[in-house]
Design a binder for this molecule. Structure first.
Ligand SMILES: Cc1cc2nc3c(=O)[nH]c(=O)nc-3n(C[C@H](O)[C@H](O)[C@H](O)COP(=O)(O)O)c2cc1C
Length: 407
């Protein structure tokens, strides 16, 4: 299961991933990754190298439902004498993870001296490599040359990360975080309908401090905005995600995070980024009011039965940026209403000059805040109104991207 608040996109029924698992200590992370892909409706197969088998057993993979598991050489096939050509068959994604320095070198040289290297050589499409190795091996000029040969041959590399290694050293060489491997894999098999489009997305609550340690806020988890940002990124967009206080998020090349705290900070950041973006999707639950002034000290309760807070209107980020849009820019707003959903949403669409509005009803029985699923009403400027059935926020975000691409 992905750490919250990451959404699991399960719209990939029937897609096949085949994993080449090689002899790196990072192999212990792969069963978690495989479970994640299966939760997202992928079928998984695996080829283990001899060294890979030392780290993860074929039994572990078979028990997880991985099929086929090729754990022998070319000449001891499980179910076909042509396993060495398995890369040519109906795979949607061939991912080598963790990829040792050795498999990078063999693939770059076009060697085919075991089952996995032969499968790589026979694979017509790009193969994805997620390297993992000691920093000295990663920085070695021979490894760098092998990587550039692989990339110039059309293969893709999911770069390793910095940090402390199992061997006790620190530096670059850790296998990419499972969250990154997961989203890179989804992107690899998805239609790039938003290719290269720049999109600004806001997510989460804002916190308006009135003393050093207390704030006026709301229970938004940011999941809807995050799911939308990720769905856009998976479909090829370049995304700026301006988000209020949320659990620490993992960034990706092409998905830039801009953490802010208050409504004013969110406004300033959005205003800077907006002129360069084609679409603005405003899913954050921005405070409408903020305390006039934050005390630099913590309020004391002694001697006080009441305190009075004076609140002022914050800027309306959605309305201000929408009114400043140029001809090509499109603005999608989110609305949370407690009553008269369609009427209020339609009014907001026209008042704020939006291109699309996503409205959800907030009630005691069904609050979208913090929940994994949601039910929404979509309204556009052509008076089209669609109530979507209750679904996961990831699924709603996925369908929303189809609408946005067609705007
Ligand atoms: C405990 C241990 C950990 C290893 N971790 C790595 C690693 O993270 N990356 C790497 O490139 N090689 C690592 N190696 C070395 C490879 O296992 C070795 O180069 C092997 O030949 C790789 O074979 P393969 O690429 O066919 O799986 C490790 C070896 C041992 C004994």
């Amino acid at each position: 299961m992905l750490p919250a608040p990451y959404p699991v996109f399960n719209v990939f029924q029937g897609k096949r991933i085949h994993i080449g698992l090689t002899g790196s200590i990072a192999a212990y992370k792969m069963p978690d990754f495989i479970r994640l892909m299966q939760e997202s409706s992928f079928d998984a197969g695996c080829t283990l190298t001899r060294a890979g088998r030392e780290f993860v057993t074929p039994l572990t993979l078979r028990a997880l439902g991985v099929d086929p598991v090729y754990d022998q050489g070319c000449f001891d096939p499980v179910d076909t004498p042509f396993a060495h050509l398995a890369g040519r068959t109906t795979l949607d994604l061939f991912l080598i993870a963790p990829a040792t320095a050795n498999i990078l070198a063999k693939a770059a040289a076009g060697l085919a001296d075991d089952l996995l290297s032969t499968q790589i050589l026979s694979c017509p499409g790009p193969v994805y490599f997620a390297p993992a190795m000691n920093p000295a091996m990663w920085n070695n000029s021979i490894t760098r040359r092998n990587l550039s040969i692989l990339e110039s041959s059309g293969h893709k590399v999911i770069p390793p990360e910095q940090g402390s290694m199992a061997c006790g050293e620190s530096g670059t060489g850790r296998l990419a975080h499972v969250v990154r491997l997961y989203f890179h894999s989804l992107k690899a098999v998805s239609p790039q309908t938003m290719d290269g489009q720049k999109v600004l997305v806001t997510a989460g609550p804002t916190h308006e401090y009135f003393d050093l340690v207390r704030y006026w806020g709301n229970p938004s988890s940011g999941r809807m905005g995050l799911a939308t940002a990720l769905a856009l990124w998976i479909r090829g967009a370049r995304v700026h995600l301006v988000h209020g206080p949320m659990p620490t998020l993992v960034s990706f090349p092409g998905l830039e995070l801009h953490p802010v705290t208050s409504a004013e900070e969110m406004y300033v950041r959005c205003r800077e980024l907006w002129p360069d973006c084609r679409y603005g999707i405003f899913a954050a639950a921005v405070a409408d009011f903020a305390p006039e002034k934050a005390s630099q000290l913590k309020f004391k309760k002694t001697g006080q039965d009441f305190i009075t807070l004076s609140l002022h209107r914050t800027r309306d980020i959605l309305a201000e940026l929408s009114r400043s849009k140029s001809g090509l820019q499109k603005v999608i707003g989110f609305a949370a209403e407690t009553d008269e959903l369609e009427e209020n949403a339609r009014k907001k669409l026209w008042d704020k000059d939006l291109d699309l509005i996503v409205a959800n009803l907030v009630s005691l029985e069904a609050t979208p805040f913090g929940s994994d699923d949601n039910q929404i009403l979509l309204l556009d400027r052509h008076d089209r109104a669609q109530m979507w059935p209750r679904a996961s926020k990831a699924e709603i975000a996925w369908r929303l991207v189809d609408w946005i691409a067609a705007l």
